[in-house]
Design a protein around this ligand. Structure first.
Ligand SMILES: [Fe+2]
Length: 294
């Protein structure tokens, strides 16, 4: 947590930023097709497949794989896929199955019903685990589709480094405001009058492994307390604008069976969906304390 951000992310270092920005935007993928890598066996990638995914991950912090696995529900498949990118240490979050992998599907139990991921309702823009302790942030995220919804269930995706650029280009004061340690507070969560999670305060932009840029964010309006000053309000509104705009930097995909996303926990949302009752949507979600290696 005491790691310092790399120089390009320091709002006071204009030359490092401009140099990095130019490289980042050079040939930046304009179309989601450029992020898709066809793979034959997710549990054991060929060197060429792994390299192609890494190339995409280095450029845009995400890659979409398309395997032939179809609706194979074996959880060893996503676990082994992640391991090939150095993604090993799973966040055994509440709601995860015993093995630390979460089955995202519509669930009707009393506990699950209060959390939107286990319903068919839309989910606003966010990064995963923004309510985690700052020392237990989610740096890597894999989504793995076993069964798609009958309709809907589309994810929008945006590289959080691009969000940083779009904000900083408007005004470096905006990214600086979002680095304040009290920028975003997620109030405690109580279950049966017991504190399940205390208040969690922290920045939106912070240093991840090796000084890389990490983002904690949720666009939800309830259960978030933003720092009460004009520049924070401006920054939050600007981010809202950026994520709500029709932009070539926002990719949209409805993952099909055998397809999935590996990412450095980029910004994403999910549209609402309707299930085929015989074959309801099932996605595995793997949250890692690791960032993609390489
Ligand atoms: Fe998510």
């Amino acid at each position: 947590m005491n790691t310092r951000l790399l120089p390009q992310f320091d709002p006071g270092n204009e030359s490092a930023y401009q140099q990095w920005r130019e490289q980042k935007l050079l040939d930046y993928p304009a179309d989601i097709e450029q992020l898709i890598v066809e793979i034959r066996n997710p549990a054991q990638l060929s060197e060429a497949e792994r390299e192609a995914m890494l190339l995409s991950l280095r450029k845009s912090n995400m890659a979409i794989f398309a395997g032939p696995g179809g609706a194979d529900p074996d959880k060893a498949i996503p676990r082994r896929l992640g391991a090939q990118f150095g993604l090993l240490s799973l966040d055994n979050n509440t709601g995860a199955d015993d093995d630390g992998i979460t089955s995202l599907e519509v669930k009707n139990g009393a506990w699950h019903k209060q959390y939107i991921p286990y319903t068919n309702r839309p989910i606003h823009w966010h990064t995963d685990g923004y309510y985690n302790e700052l020392t237990r942030q989610v740096y890597g995220l894999q989504l793995h589709c076993v069964r798609a919804a009958a309709e809907g269930g589309e994810n929008a995706l945006m590289d959080h480094e691009i969000a940083y650029i779009l904000l900083r280009d408007r005004d470096p004061a905006l990214v600086e405001a979002l680095m304040h340690e009290d920028t975003m507070m997620i109030p405690e969560n109580r279950v049966d009058n017991r504190i399940d999670r205390p208040d969690r305060s922290g920045p939106v932009f912070m240093a991840g492994p090796g000084g890389t840029l990490h983002m904690r964010y949720t666009a939800r309006v309830r259960n978030v307390v933003w720092r009460q000053d004009a520049v924070t309000r401006q920054a939050v509104n600007a981010l809202d604008d950026i994520l709500g705009a029709d932009s070539s930097f926002i990719y949209r995909a409805t993952l099909q069976p055998g397809q999935g996303l590996i990412s450095n926990n980029v910004l994403h949302d999910r549209s609402g969906f309707n299930d085929d009752r015989e074959a309801p949507r099932l996605l595995y979600r793997l949250r890692y304390f690791d960032r993609v290696a390489g």
